[in-house]
Structure formats: structure tokens, C-alpha cells
Design a protein around this ligand. Structure first.
Ligand code: ATP
Length: 449
């Protein structure tokens, strides 16, 4: 064992402990798609909830939405996706591998030389990333419909509905979490880039001229979010898009990048989208999408949009990589003992409290079950009575359970239990009656070591 974090270790733990499985594995797997197992879905739900709380509960001017995946095909013409949502694609004539031209060394691309085998590359051609399907009984092209490649458009087309039904005044935001689909040419690095994934997007509508101030505000907010999430901030950095990198809608764009085991990669984008989106929808739908500003003499204008766009499944990968540690521990006097531990924020961990009777016999198992019943209402719990206690702690460490509660003979006598902390492996005795309050206080006070 050593303490480096590699994608191989992450993928292997994810499978072994039920976080993420390959889609359709028994058929050899489906590229670009992954399934979230019992631990994975708990983690994913909690990351989503953390983000949702941050956006809607902690910001008074943001409301939520859940729009359909299937949208009118004109949406994607208006948004620019039909025309512009393409990747440049090249194939190697010899080894048949496919590449994104923008990810190949420009010199090799110029010489049309395959980066893998040196064979000859085809000309670069544009490849649209949207999945097409058909709605209705006849498949003759008239029922063409797309699987949405981003959740943002569902927000834009509902902007007026929400402004009116909820009497929203500018500036205000709309948050949404949901699936998105992209026919990615290269899907590698596990769940980092997939064809089916989930996004957490927030679109903030502002008065033109105030967009730059709000853009700065949201960059600051998003940075602070990751601090709260308890990840290592020295692994995050900003990347500003240069003129050649800016998307067709963007006035200014920054990415938050994380240093994954395979290098620095985009985690989330914060974009100033100008009035591009609503102007285009106004033009294509023929509907008036202007805002009437009662605080400014009923002035009419198309709002600017500041977007924060994060991948939920990509954030899950980040959280896994960030939490992962192979740690040398000498807690049992054995110098060469190692444990794999996930240092999740306690609010993200799939299990918050594991209840472990020291022995199955002498009424300890029954007492432990009874204590678990107490805790269940407040926390996601687990119960494990199999094997040596040290081994059981290790199993919980591997899925990132922050608190283990051990019931022993003393518990029967004086009503105290032992709380064992994941990160420090420290153990303290706590009266049973104070257990839930203690855990709640520890969660609140949590700081990444
Ligand atoms: P790239 O240029 O890397 O293909 P992008 O810049 O087009 O991606 P956005 O459209 O800005 O990505 O998407 C916003 C966020 O959605 C990304 O920061 C990422 O977290 C997530 N995301 C985008 N594409 C994928 C994907 N194929 N798989 C998983 N997450 C994705």
C-alpha cells in the first residue's frame, strides 16, 4: 500500500463498496453511462441537497424548478445548440481511434498524425453532441426531439412563468437539478465525462449594466460553497476563458477547476451570458420576454443572465477523490497497518452513524438495536455486528461514516456508549441520552483536518 490517490483506487473502491457500478455490466458495460449503488445514491442525494440548500434556502431571491427533459425542438435552435453545440472530431485511419481535435497536440493535428499510433488522421469534421430521438408513433423525422444537453434552457423558457407566478423582482435566480445528455466523443476517466449525467444549475437574472457586479458576486459565492463543502481549497483554482475559448453566448466566463488524479479539470462554470438567451427565445418564440421594471419608471428590458453551472455527478467524483486517503495507522501497535478512509463532510456521508455492539451476546445486540432505533429519526444509520470491532471500524472508514457508536458491557451498567471519530480515531464515552445532541453538535462544528 502507499498513500497516492489514483483513479484506479477510486474506481475500485467505488465498485467494492457500492458507490458506482458500470452500466449494464453483465453485458460487457455501456460506455458513457454509470449506475449509482446504495452508497452512491445516498452521496449523490446529499450533495444535491447541500447545493439546493445553499441556493434556495440561503438565498432569499432564488426559487426552484423541475423542467422536463423533453422540450420543443425550436428551443435548441434558439439556444444555438443545433448550430453550435459541436465538437471537432477526427478518426485515425489506421488504429480506428476517435479523438476530439481540440484535445490533440496542434502540431500532430497539422501533420494529421495519430497521437496514439502515428497513423494518418481524417479531416476534422463537426459533430453535434445532442442525442436525437423520435416522439410519436411514426419515425419519419417529423417527430424529431432532443434529449436536453443542459438544464439551463428549461429555466429560460420558464422565466416569465416564474417571474409572474411568484411576483419575482430583479435580481432573482432560478435553480434546477436534473439529467442532461451529450453524445461525448471521448468518455474516459470514470464518471468525469459521461453521455448521461446530472447538472446543478442556477440562472440569475439581472438588470443590464449590473451584470458585472453580480458576476463577481457569484464567483465569490461559488468559491465559498466549496469551502463549506469541506474540500481541500488548495486543490481548487480559477480558470478564465480566453477570447478563443468563450462559448457563443458568453460575455465572460470562469471555470472552477479541481486537481483530479488525472490533472486539473473543470468542475463548474460561472458565466456571464449577457441577454443572449432571452433575446433569442424572444425572437424564436415571438413572445415578449422583457422585464417591466416598476422601480425604474416601468422601463422595459431583456435581463442579463449570470449562470453557475455545476455537474452533480462530476462533483461526486471530486468529493470522492478529495475525501480518499490510504493512511498508515499504528492504532493497534502494528506499524504496517493501513486503512482506507473517506473524509467526507458529515452532511455528505452516506451513513452518519454506525451502531456496533462489541459482542452479539449478553443483550448487547438488543441494546444496540434499541439505540439505533433512537437515532434513526435524526440520522442515516447502519448496524453491524459481524467480526472484530477493529475490522468493523475499517469497513465504516471505507464508506466515510463519521461516527461509530459502540455498545459494550459498561453501556449496560451505566448507560454510556463510546463514540469513535472517523478522522482522529479518537474515542469518547457519552451518556446515551446525550448521544443525538452530541452528534448534531459535532456535525455543526466539523472542519476538515
Ligand atoms: P467540456 O468543454 O469539458 O465538454 P463544457 O465546458 O461544455 O464541457 P458546460 O456546458 O459548461 O461544460 O457544463 C457545465 C458543467 O456540467 C461542467 O462544468 C461539468 O461539471 C458538467 N458536465 C458537462 N459535460 C459533462 C459530461 N459529459 N459529463 C459529466 N459532467 C459534465
Amino acid at each position: 500500500m502507499d498513500n497516492t490517490v489514483t483513479m484506479e483506487k477510486i474506481v475500485s473502491l467505488a465498485k467494492r463498496r457500492g458507490f458506482v457500478f458500470q452500466s449494464s455490466e453483465i453485458y460487457g458495460g455501456q460506455a458513457g453511462a454509470w449506475d449509482y449503488g446504495p452508497a452512491g445514491i445516498e452521496l449523490k442525494n446529499r450533495i444535491q441537497r447541500f447545493w439546493w440548500k445553499e441556493m434556495t434556502q440561503l438565498h432569499d431571491d432564488i426559487v426552484g424548478l423541475d423542467a422536463a427533459i423533453l422540450m420543443h425542438p425550436r428551443v435548441w435552435e434558439a439556444s444555438g445548440h443545433v448550430e453550435n453545440f459541436t465538437d471537432p472530431l477526427v478518426d485515425c485511419k489506421k488504429c480506428k481511434q476517435r479523438f476530439r481535435a481540440d484535445q490533440i497536440d496542434p502540431e500532430k493535428l497539422e501533420k494529421k498524425e495519430c497521437p496514439e499510433c502515428g497513423g494518418e488522421l481524417t479531416d476534422t469534421r463537426k459533430f453535434n453532441l445532442m442525442f436525437k430521438t423520435n416522439i410519436g408513433p411514426v419515425d419519419d423525422g417529423t417527430g424529431l426531439i432532443y434529449l436536453r444537453p443542459e438544464t439551463a434552457q428549461g429555466i429560460y423558457v420558464n422565466y416569465k412563468n416564474i417571474a409572474q407566478s411568484n411576483r419575482m423582482k430583479l435580481p432573482f435566480g432560478i435553480a434546477q437539478v436534473g439529467k442532461a445528455f451529450r453524445n461525448e466523443i471521448v468518455t474516459k476517466n470514470f464518471i468525469f465525462r459521461t453521455c448521461e449525467f446530472e447538472q446543478m444549475e442556477m440562472q440569475y437574472f439581472v438588470k443590464p449594466g449590473q451584470d458585472e457586479t453580480w458576476f463577481d458576486y457569484w464567483r465569490d459565492q461559488r468559491w465559498k460553497y466549496y469551502e463549506k463543502l469541506g474540500v481541500r481549497m488548495d486543490k481548487l483554482r480559477w480558470h478564465r476563458h480566453g477570447p478563443g475559448e468563450l462559448a457563443h453566448y458568453a460575455k465572460d466566463a470562469y471555470d472552477i477547476e479541481y486537481e483530479f488524479p488525472m490533472g486539473w479539470k473543470e468542475l463548474e462554470g460561472v458565466h456571464n451570458r449577457s441577454d443572449y438567451d432571452l433575446s433569442r427565445h424572444q425572437q424564436f418564440s415571438g413572445k415578449d420576454l422583457q422585464y417591466i421594471d416598476q422601480d425604474d419608471g416601468n422601463a422595459r428590458y431583456v435581463p442579463y443572465i449570470i449562470e453557475t453551472s455545476a455537474g452533480l455527478t462530476r462533483q461526486l467524483l471530486m468529493v470522492l477523490c478529495d475525501a480518499y486517503e490510504d493512511q498508515k495507522v499504528a492504532d493497534k501497535g502494528n506499524e504496517d497497518d493501513w486503512r482506507t478512509v473517506l473524509h467526507f463532510h458529515p452532511e455528505l456521508a452516506p451513513v452518519t452513524v454506525a451502531v456496533l455492539p462489541l459482542m452479539k451476546k449478553d443483550g448487547l445486540a438488543e441494546l444496540a438495536q434499541d439505540i439505533r432505533k433512537d437515532l434513526k429519526e435524526d440520522f442515516p444509520t447502519d448496524y453491524d455486528q459481524g467480526g472484530a470491532i477493529g475490522r468493523r471500524y475499517r469497513r465504516q472508514d471505507e464508506i466515510g461514516t463519521p461516527f461509530c457508536v459502540t455498545i459494550d458491557y459498561q453501556s449496560k451498567e451505566d448507560g454510556t456508549v463510546t463514540v469513535r471519530y472517523r478522522d482522529s480515531m479518537e474515542q469518547v464515552r457519552v451518556p446515551r441520552a446525550e448521544l443525538a445532541a452530541r452528534i448534531r453538535a459535532d456535525i455543526k462544528a466539523y472542519k476538515r483536518a
